[in-house]
Design a binder for this molecule. Structure first.
Ligand code: KIV
Length: 323
């Protein structure tokens, strides 16, 4: 464990002291670093990556390898926040053994601190097994996106007395199975409030009202990187999509008009070296035979053995050595 890392004991203390827990999703190193600098307690490398990063319609297609890749990027970038690896659909659905094996992969290969999985019922024995292997587990009930089809889409859960009672029993069962915290997604405020006062572990709400012990939002939603209709619970704290689109539009227009790059973005060379180079250049026979037909003349000349990527790699090296 990295020095300074938020421990599960400290997290439990936040609940006891009535201090709110702040969690946000993260999928890459720059986002994770910014969240740590902002004082976020928990970074969830959510399988929402399937939607906001990989462009799928839901979270079901996300693979273990994709989650490990993203989790490694996040965990390597931060010290203090607890990094939660979200177990993707299929990684814990077959057996307890499979669940433990995949949870271990998150910790060993991606340096996750803990894992999260969805549901109660069959997930309870998975929680027990993973916790018995020494890995912390965060639960997740209410709207569980991996069960989108069974739930009839992304819909609010627990709106009848019977369903609310079921959610409360599920939360108690997850706590008893060993979860150190439970995400409550898209459930009515009074239901989340009753669950929060009934369990001793922290609840983290998303669309579950202000009485949860903490809140989580998807990074792209809160920063306005996702556009179009958002769920009711999303609050956009910035409109980065507009800002990014504006910056890219200006870049494209400046490249096309020749405004970019300007002299301050270019590298010079000593006058005497430039003179030597100019002399050598004049003495070198042209590499392009101008008598070629027009269509073959369009082929760009490449340095011997050079490839486009080799050339750009050299350019990067040079940018680090030039004064
Ligand atoms: O995958 C995810 O981002 C999540 C949050 C919405 C809680 O599970």
């Amino acid at each position: 464990m990295k020095p300074g890392k938020l421990t599960l004991l400290e997290l439990a203390d936040l609940k006891s002291r009535g201090e709110k827990i702040v969690m946000v999703t993260a999928y890459d190193a720059p986002g994770a670093r910014l969240a740590e600098q902002a004082g976020v307690d928990i970074l969830l490398v959510g399988d929402t990556a399937g939607m906001v990063v990989l462009g799928h319609d839901g979270t079901v297609p996300v693979t273990m390898d994709e989650m490990l890749f993203l989790t490694r990027a996040v965990s390597g970038a931060v010290d203090r926040p607890l990094v939660v690896g979200d177990m993707p659909f299929g990684s814990y659905h077959v057996s307890d053994e499979d669940a433990v094996r995949n949870a271990i992969r998150f910790v060993k290969e991606a340096d996750a601190d803990v894992v999260k999985l969805e549901g109660a019922g069959p997930s309870l024995s998975r929680v027990r097994s993973i916790a018995a292997a020494g890995i912390g587990v965060m639960g997740h009930i209410g709207l569980t996106p991996q069960s989108e089809t069974i739930l009839g889409g992304f819909k609010t859960q627990g709106r009848t007395a019977a369903k609310a009672q079921q959610l409360l029993s599920d939360a108690l069962a997850l706590e008893a199975a060993g979860c150190f915290a439970i995400v409550l997604e898209a459930i009515p405020v009074p239901v989340a409030a009753r669950i929060t006062e009934s369990v001793t572990v922290p609840t983290i709400g998303i669309g579950a009202g202000p009485e949860c012990d903490g809140q989580v939002l998807v990074y792209h939603d809160l920063l306005g990187l996702t556009e179009g209709r958002a769920p009711r619970f999303v609050k956009r704290y910035a409109n980065l999509a507009e800002e990014i689109r504006g910056a890219l539009t200006t870049y494209a227009s400046e490249v096309r008009s020749g405004v970019y790059p300007a002299p301050e973005h270019t590298y010079a060379m000593p006058e005497d070296e430039l003179e030597l180079f100019s002399e050598a250049y004049s003495a070198t026979p042209s590499r392009v035979d101008r008598s070629f037909p027009a269509d073959t003349r369009a082929e760009p000349a490449r340095p011997e053995g050079g490839t486009a990527s080799g050339a750009s790699a050299k350019r990067v090296q040079q940018s680090h050595t030039d004064g």
